[in-house]
Design a protein around this ligand. Structure first.
Ligand code: GUN
Ligand code: ZN
Length: 435
């Protein structure tokens, strides 16, 4: 057993549904006792050391220990195309993302990028992720193999499409079903890995393909589902034409793809009817704020999600998003709500986000979206010890600001404002420290 000493901060309660003022749990001189990768006890350091005087102590004093971050939408084959500025979604896909994704037909290339991707993700403190995969079965084998080696809590799947995209990324529905099923059989439930059925979006997956996706979910209980929805106005108009309905969600719902195991990325332009249907099903939205800003997709209606009771988590959406660091997504989420207007101005529809909301979005919300809140998402007893130690170097702007913060919530606000991956001093995946 190992006893960690740190300022421990997490969000065991949901600040969107409970009092945001009490949702932050803070232990200033805290102790976390870890046994076999799991949290066995927690409390004050003094009390835990008195109870376990012979255990090894790891001193993480200074900065703060947070739960590992949970990225609920990120594209592994876009690791090397971050920063394609100046294009809306569909042009960016054609010119930037899809030519790169075609390279993943080559397993050696996929293996090299998978290692890069996972290394960068974990170095930024992300310990769980719902990963949008590649269009190639062999590339997915490489991703799952690499994730098993790193110990990332990974949910991912083969991306399937049968129209509109470049030819080498397309499958027939029968091919997609067979390849997905082989990957499920090989990887779902291995270690910390699970499978997600992943049509790219309704624009590139017609009814026959989405039907096969529904069949895969029905055939494989416990498998997750993810796709894109309501991201960009031109995309939404094309989907409406293709399916003959302005209800984008309906294109998925008619094939049984809107469930409490479904995570939809973006949802920047939902109707009330779509939000009502998502809430009734228990589906989640992965909000990807740097991507929405960079691709000019729009201002995310967080308040309307909360009003309708639709859960919202965070995604980096690399490479549409501008980096793999979830705290930056939290800051951008805050900016976006401020731009919508949160001070009672007429027409202001933004949600008033506190530092507690931001930490919840980056950690526990993602765990809940993935149905993993019993395992990860905060630092409660019984959960995996997935943790991030943020401790800036002396003299940095973050260090100076932390030293001048009034309390834990204020310190957290400064972390969201200023922290980068360089401030991550340690990351643990189920108790194993990233070396
Ligand atoms: N919609 C379909 N594919 C993609 C993608 O790769 N990125 C984003 N942001 N949206 C998508
Ligand atoms: Zn995406």
């Amino acid at each position: 057993m190992t006893l960690y000493r740190a300022t421990v901060i997490d969000t065991p309660a949901n600040p969107f549904t409970s009092d945001a003022g009490t949702a932050l749990r803070v232990e200033q001189d805290g102790g976390v006792l870890v046994h076999d990768g799991r949290i066995a006890e927690r409390g004050t350091f003094v009390s835990l050391q008195a109870a376990h005087p012979d255990e090894d102590v790891v001193d993480l004093s200074g900065g703060m220990l947070l739960p590992g971050f949970v990225d609920t939408h990120v594209h592994f084959p876009q690791t090397r195309v971050i920063g394609g500025l100046g294009m809306p979604l569909l042009e960016w896909l054609d010119k930037c993302a899809l030519p790169e994704e075609a390279r993943f037909a080559e397993p050696e290339y996929a293996a090299a990028v998978a290692r890069e991707f996972l290394g960068q993700l974990v170095r930024g403190g992300t310990t769980s992720a719902l990963v949008f995969g590649a269009h190639f079965e062999s590339a997915m084998d490489e991703l799952f193999t690499a994730a098993g080696n790193v110990g990332l809590n990974l949910t991912a799947g083969l991306v399937v499409s049968d129209r509109i995209l470049r030819e080498e990324l397309l499958y027939t529905p029968a091919q997609a079903q067979a390849a997905s099923q082989r990957l499920i059989d090989r990887w779902h439930g291995q270690g910390r890995m699970r499978y997600a059925v992943t049509p790219r979006f309704s624009l590139s997956a017609g009814d026959d393909m989405l039907k096969v996706c529904g069949q895969l979910l029905a055939d494989n209980p416990g498998v997750w589902f993810t796709s894109h929805i309501n991201e960009n106005r031109a995309e939404i108009a094309t989907v409406a034409e293709l399916f003959g309905t302005t209800d984008y969600l309906e294109s998925y719902a008619r094939h049984g793809l809107v469930t409490d195991r479904s995570v939809f990325a973006h949802n920047v332009h939902p109707s009330d009817a779509e939000l009502t249907a998502m809430a009734a099903a228990g589906s989640w939205t992965a909000h990807c704020p740097t991507s929405n800003a960079s691709l000019g997709s729009g201002l995310f209606p967080l308040g309307r999600h909360v009003e309708h009771g639709v859960g919202v988590s965070l995604g980096s959406d690399v490479g549409g998003g501008t980096g793999l660091f979830l705290l930056k997504e939290g800051l951008q989420a805050y900016f976006m709500q401020q731009l919508l207007g949160t001070d009672g101005r007429p027409g202001g529809t933004g949600y008033e986000l506190t530092p507690t909301h931001l930490l919840y979005l980056a950690t526990a919300a993602g765990a809940a979206a993935l149905g993993l809140f019993d395992r990860v998402g905060d630092l409660s007893v019984g959960k995996d010890f997935d943790a991030v130690w943020l401790r800036p170097d002396e003299g940095t702007s973050l260090a100076v600001n932390l030293a001048n913060s009034a309390d834990a919530a204020d310190a957290l606000a400064r972390v969201f404002a200023l922290a980068t991956a360089n401030d991550v001093a340690g990351v643990w995946l189920a108790g194993r420290q990233l070396s």
